[in-house]
Ligand binder design. Structure first.
Ligand code: HEM
Length: 169
């Protein structure tokens, strides 16, 4: 069942790999991408990947727990899958999508107030869950996830105190 997701198309175009200045090279991005398709719909002991991620993040930080519980679990589950795709796309294009700009604006200090340290907890928690859910996980897989997610997380962190101009809500 899971195997069919491994061959799903990457969320960004191949052309993205050719651009100069991308952080994740093709090899790194592919390692991340294949791992993502192995885990995103996987369940272990009846718990879907996305639920395990939410639990890991909530368990890692009481600040995250209170932000997530205010928004509601279903919404945060959806947001998490969108977040991963948005961060991955940014690692290739280095151009924030309208959605990433909007997230940076809404999650800044004046908005939802998500401080930079929470993004580090977000990434570390995610990788811990990937390690449990990806049957082919190795250290290189975890390193690839971190390398691919980091530029987008840095983008969000850098706008905590200086939100970008908002796009249409
Ligand atoms: C620990 C870090 C994070 C926390 C605590 C957090 C918190 C939240 C909260 C509370 C909401 C709900 C907003 C609402 O109800 O209006 C939200 C929505 C969202 N977040 Fe985050 N977030 C985090 C990281 C990220 C990252 C890294 C991204 C990457 C792009 C992201 C993307 C989104 C998106 C796309 C939504 C909108 C979901 C929707 O409207 O259904 N978040 N986030």
């Amino acid at each position: 069942m899971l195997e069919r997701f491994v061959s799903c198309p990457a969320p960004v175009s191949e052309a993205g790999f050719e651009k100069e200045g991308t952080v994740a090279d093709k090899g790194t991005y592919e390692v991340f991408d294949r791992s993502y398709w192995r885990v995103w719909l996987r369940s272990r002991d009846g718990k879907p990947f996305v639920e395990a991620c939410l639990d890991e993040m909530i368990g890692a930080s009481s600040e995250i727990a209170s932000k997530f519980s205010a928004a509601g679990r279903e919404r945060m589950g959806r947001a998490l899958l969108v977040a991963i795709i948005q961060l991955a796309a940014y690692s290739q294009s280095k151009e924030p999508s309208d959605m990433l700009v909007e997230v940076a604006r809404r999650q800044s200090r004046q908005g939802l107030d998500i401080p930079p340290r929470l993004y580090d907890i977000f990434a570390d928690s995610l990788v811990r869950v990937v390690a449990r859910y990806d049957p082919r996980y190795t250290e290189a897989t975890g390193a690839a996830w971190i390398e691919v997610l980091t530029p987008g997380l840095e983008y969000l962190k850098s706008h905590y105190d200086a939100p970008p101009d908002g796009t249409a809500a």
